[in-house]
Design a protein around this ligand. Sequence first.
Ligand code: SAM
Length: 359
Amino acid sequence: MYRPILIVPFAGSGSDCVAAKELGISFLAFENDPEYVEICKKRLSMDESPKEFTHLNKKKEKQRVALLPKKLQTARMLTTVPSLIKWTGSKRSQAGLIADLMPTYNRYFDPFLGGGALLYIAAVPGSVAGDLYEPLISLWNLIQMEPDKVIKDYKNKWTDLNKELDAIDTNKIKKGESIPKIFYVVRKHFNETHDPLDLNFLMRTCVNGIVRFNNNGEFNNSFHLSRRGMTPEHFKKVVESWHTVIQRVEFVCQDYDETLARAEKDDFVYLDPPYAGNKQRYIENLDLERFFDTLEKLNQRGVKWALSFDGKRGKKDLTHNVPESLYKRQLYLTSGNSAVNKVLNGSIEQVAESLYLNY
Ligand SMILES: C[S@@+](CC[C@H](N)C(=O)[O-])C[C@H]1O[C@@H](n2cnc3c(N)ncnc32)[C@H](O)[C@@H]1O
């Protein structure tokens, strides 16, 4: 009896190979860039555990998966992005699905980078990733250029935190009667200096990993009482895998329009802007007129894009009327429960987000 073999003629960073491995499918992969061969090997040697997904619009979902070879329908959806930068609005749980829908492209552009979930799968040499928030871009640059510094700093802070936690009565910690001081020392330092290494530690140890700022732009989330933070050993692995994948990506701290001015025909852009009208979670509210104008300009230049934008939260329909002339398809992707809402209002709601495609 013959066993099927999956042929991957252009392996790139190896997402198809990783998915085939997870499904136990034999594969034969080809890649002519030695750096990418190394990335593939590294990813294949790592333990990438599958993630579940659900999809609200069953009819459209059927149409979409029908486009893919049968085995890969499941395989691609299972691609897991290691949790590096914990960012509000992260698309980690949807990245595999969005990646399924990407066209072939020359360069990848991510002008609202945040935690860059899709970048892990989509990055190719020459890609451009931008965000307005300077400490975040500084952290990305460190992960690319000086990963050991990031790993060492986290290890030092994590060790201090855990020493403090070991010395405090667990019940007192749970009740909030005794709180480790290091978290608040680092938070104060970050608000004074904007040190990206402090931001990294705060993201990993704050309540539900939610990056939240007050009106003065100060990080104001508290320590997550029942957690000790990712172990330094695990964090090292995560940083190293990302470090390899983002080697030839350009990180820029600038407005999205400036980043997108460089996108050309045959480039692919993934847009994940702060939602319109949502001032609470992001550093800038989105000017819709300017944003739609940018999409129109990309269309005129023949640049393909995918946009995560509005959606549904619990019973609320937050769909925002993206002009129909701008896109060709709209899908709904579920992103689980809203952690932000849980922290702000104490309630859990199902969240589904729209994905608009102009191809
Ligand atoms: C929804 S988040 C992106 C999340 C990301 N896709 C992920 O998976 O983590 C939106 C990002 O856009 C950034 N941003 C807000 N206004 C911007 C602007 N005018 N230009 C560039 N980036 C902006 C915010 O700092 C934030 O990091």
